[in-house]
Design a protein around this ligand. Structure first.
Ligand code: NAI
Length: 342
């Protein structure tokens, strides 16, 4: 497999952003973090506009000294660089409806997630740049790492080179938000979306299912709810394992466990051939994700996801998940140990 190119601060030229009007559509997790980083890197405040509906996020932007525009059409018309940082499921309606008709021919549109580009849910003119600068961190970490003078992992790609200089602009955008400090990895909307959705739709569902079934078997064998919840996740042992996996190595971290545990884990993992899991992952990737089946289904649910109560399909899934023995037992344990858990 080819290695990905990694871009550093020295690959990017901030002069490309000089005098440009930067617009942030959204001031949430990512928007607030990226706009503050960009300003602290030296973009003048009067060259930054936060396009936001009137809500608590807009109030937050004003409180932090940013200029806020509620009229999206006005914001669209002046943008040289537009960061699209509202939730993925509302982007098609807001971006296509209020921004597309008013954007400049040579605007650079910056997305932080590949989903809507891969599934062609956003409309672009062929003269416009479309680049992805996708931090692999939640917004609060994008900000706190920047404040500490550190970088954060980030993917960067050019999805459409309308002006002929989309890559240098993408790198300047990455640098100005602090993403090239630790190295921004060259990627693509397709790669980012495949990895994201496969983890969300197959890897983590399997992990949830494995915890649920292990819980059921041990509960039937007489283990108490309290012991099980603590043993399996409330002690934060799994979080610690993943932290060490990130820091030291996925397999190397095993060396922190007892010899009996190391032997059990390695022997058990190597004995599982993974054929059924691989088939499930392949089926999910090709027949559910890349085929567009999931995105079509999710788009149809868009309105329902805004609703309250049982009409919201997400609430219905939560209701069913809450009926599993693991969830019911955890509720009992948390109620009983409320004081201890604070
Ligand atoms: P968020 O949920 O924090 O977005 C809130 C913002 O969206 C607010 O400014 C709010 O006013 C605006 N908004 C919400 N609904 C709206 C509507 N119907 N009309 C107009 N404005 C609306 O979004 P978040 O999590 O920052 O995600 C933004 C982008 O960043 C997405 O593409 C996401 O995939 C990507 N991303 C998010 C990460 C995260 O840490 N949450 C990590 C990496 C990428």
């Amino acid at each position: 497999m080819p290695s990905a190119k990694i871009y550093y601060d020295s690959d990017a030229d901030l002069a490309l952003l000089s005098g440009k009007q930067i617009v942030f559509l959204g001031f949430g997790n990512q928007g607030a973090a990226q706009a503050q980083n960009l300003r602290d890197t030296g973009i003048p405040n009067d060259k930054i506009l936060i396009a936001n509906r009137a809500d608590a996020y807009a109030d937050d932007a004003k409180a932090k000294g940013f200029i806020v525009e509620h009229d999206f059409e006005k914001a669209a018309a002046i943008a040289d660089v537009l960061f699209v940082l509202i939730p993925d499921q509302v982007q098609p309606k807001v971006f296509n409806g209020s921004f597309v008709p008013h954007l400049k021919e040579n605007v650079t549109i910056v997305i932080a997630s590949g989903y809507n580009v891969l599934f062609k849910l956003l409309e672009f003119k062929s003269t416009q740049n479309v680049v992805m600068v996708a931090p692999r961190m939640i917004g609060s970490s994008v900000r706190s790492l920047y404040v500490k003078g550190k970088g954060f992992p980030c993917f960067v790609s050019v999805e459409q080179d309308g002006t002929g200089n989309a890559l240098p602009v993408a790198l300047a955008v990455s640098k100005v938000i602090g993403a090239t400090k630790a190295g921004a990895i060259s990627s693509s909307a397709r790669e980012e979306t495949m990895m994201d959705l496969l983890a969300e739709q197959a890897l983590w569902p399997n992990i949830i299912m494995l915890f649920r079934e292990a819980f059921n078997v041990l509960q039937k064998a007489g283990c108490s709810d309290e012991a099980l919840c603590y043993e399996m996740w409330m002690s934060k042992e799994p979080a610690e394992i993943f932290e060490r996996a990130a820091e030291e190595g996925f397999i190397t971290q095993l060396k922190h466990h007892s010899t009996c545990s190391q032997f059990g884990q390695l022997r058990g993992a190597l004995a599982l051939d993974g054929v059924a899991a691989r088939k499930h992952f392949e089926d999910t990737l090709y027949n559910q994700i890349l085929s567009g089946k999931f995105s079509a289904e999710f788009s149809r649910l868009e309105d329902g996801l805004e609703k309250e109560g049982d009409e919201n399909p997400l609430n219905e899934l939560y209701r069913r998940a809450d009926e599993t023995e693991l969830a019911k037992a955890e509720k009992r344990v948390r109620a009983r140990l409320a004081g201890l858990l604070q």
